[in-house]
Write a protein that binds this ligand. Structure first.
Ligand SMILES: C[S@@+](CC[C@H](N)C(=O)[O-])C[C@H]1O[C@@H](n2cnc3c(N)ncnc32)[C@H](O)[C@@H]1O
Length: 279
């Protein structure tokens, strides 16, 4: 109330009498100056350094086809950089109303109203499932709370975090900058389960177990069972190896889409097509 003008006080009073809530009042730049380390709902505000932001967005290969969500947007700098330097559409979710209002003013000052929106809300309540890229600068335990939500996102969605990893979820890349480090993951498709395989005119069985983007298992072909090793997914793309009975190593790489695997097996050239259907 101390910072409210006479007009906004009367508007609020009128709203109360009429039983309607007036839009939240926020301070302008002249009165709201956030301080680094100020408390936030689940984590304090510390802005990411510019160089690290650029490296994070470059590692995630952000383009004008992307929709970037920054969870815990602070003053909006990651969302703004994604739009300004990579042409992406971006959304920042920020809980603190004053900070969200500041981020919105920064978006407008950058002339990015059409590309960037700021949501005043809680990252554990708001829906960000349409994102193609998610950026984070939170805390280890918050990343872990988000992990199951992130892993249900569309395969190929990229996640990039300033400073904090996700416990035993091995990052696809680590990003080094002058001030700080980032971690990068690509949401993997689900490949685990039993597959009926067609390989060079033979029918076999592929049985796979998956942990995050890594997998292993076995391949049975013509009465022989081979160990599947070094299985790895990058979104919908996968690769694995197995050792054949003659000692040669077969390298398989391909894509998984709608319950089908389409791949090439390379031992010696030429490559042999491998396809599989989920059982
Ligand atoms: C470490 S700062 C990062 C700011 C920005 N992403 C950046 O990298 O420059 C974290 C921000 O998350 C906000 N925050 C904390 N808990 C939140 C929550 N549950 N929902 C939305 N924002 C939250 C804080 O107010 C703070 O602005």
């Amino acid at each position: 109330m101390r910072n409210m003008g006479k007009r906004s006080f009367i508007t609020s009073l009128l709203g109360l009498c009429l039983g309607i809530s007036a839009p939240a009042q926020t301070l302008g730049d002249d009165q709201y100056k956030p301080t680094v380390g100020q408390s936030g709902k689940d984590v304090v505000w510390v802005p990411s350094p510019d160089q690290l932001i650029e490296k994070m967005l470059r590692t995630a290969q952000v383009t004008d086809k992307d929709l970037v969500y920054d969870l815990g947007a602070g003053d909006g700098k990651i969302a703004i950089a994604a739009a300004l330097y990579h042409g992406a559409r971006a959304v920042g979710i920020e809980f603190n109303p004053e900070m969200a209002a500041l981020a919105q003013r920064n978006v407008e000052r950058a002339g990015l109203k059409d590309k960037v929106s700021i949501i005043r809300g809680d990252i554990f309540v708001e829906d960000f499932s349409s994102a193609t890229v998610v950026t984070l600068y939170l805390l280890p335990q918050l990343n872990l709370r988000l992990k199951p939500i992130l892993q249900k996102m569309k395969p190929g969605t990229r996640v990039v975090s300033n400073s904090f990893n996700m416990d035993d979820w091995v990052p696809d890349e680590t990003i080094e900058a002058d001030r700080g480090r980032g971690y990068f993951w690509i949401i993997p498709a689900r490949i685990e389960g039993q597959w009926t395989v067609q390989l060079g005119g033979q029918t076999g069985q592929l049985s796979l177990q998956q942990k995050d983007q890594m997998f292993d298992g076995s391949l049975s072909l013509q009465g022989q069972t081979y160990k599947v090793v070094k299985g790895r997914l990058r979104g919908n793309e996968f690769q694995f190896e197995y050792q054949r009975s003659d000692g040669s190593v077969a390298k398989v790489s391909g894509r998984i889409d709608a319950g089908r695997l389409q791949a090439q097996q390379q031992v010696l050239s030429p490559a042999v097509p491998l396809s599989a259907q989920k059982q």
